[in-house]
Design a protein around this ligand. Sequence first.
Ligand SMILES: C[S@@+](CC[C@H](N)C(=O)[O-])C[C@H]1O[C@@H](n2cnc3c(N)ncnc32)[C@H](O)[C@@H]1O
Length: 128
Amino acid sequence: MVELANPKPNEKVADLGSGDGRISIEFGKKKCIVRGFELDLNLKKNCEEKIKQLNLENFVTISQEDFWTVDFCDFDIIAIYPMPDIIDALEKKLHKECKSGTRILLNYYSFTNWKETKQKDHVFLYTI
Ligand SMILES: C[S@@+](CC[C@H](N)C(=O)[O-])C[C@H]1O[C@@H](n2cnc3c(N)ncnc32)[C@H](O)[C@@H]1O
């Protein structure tokens, strides 16, 4: 995901359903300003421990927040490993909210109606 996104330092990254934080952390290592959204409090806490151990607190923050309630207009990069049943709703939401130039990365699943800009292995990159 990081390779396809080619992130620059200080770019704003949203990780939708950040889980154990593996995606957020990799973008944080590139000095991006990352916000992970995760409903599960235990996953959030475990992830925050890792962030602390890696001294990435200035780069990565995890919010216990439902990403469907967040407006993604202000992010440069959006990353998600989605469940297949949300793909179409997610496609509509991101098309509506994201600014021009935003890169969207999907792990494993692809959007139904949107042609990817690039694909490598199981990762799809879309550009608004
Ligand atoms: C398939 S896992 C992916 C985890 C991680 N991104 C990865 O690649 O390993 C999906 C995660 O999204 C979280 N999640 C599902 N729906 C969510 C929502 N509406 N808002 C925030 N987190 C959500 C789940 O708790 C779970 O940790």
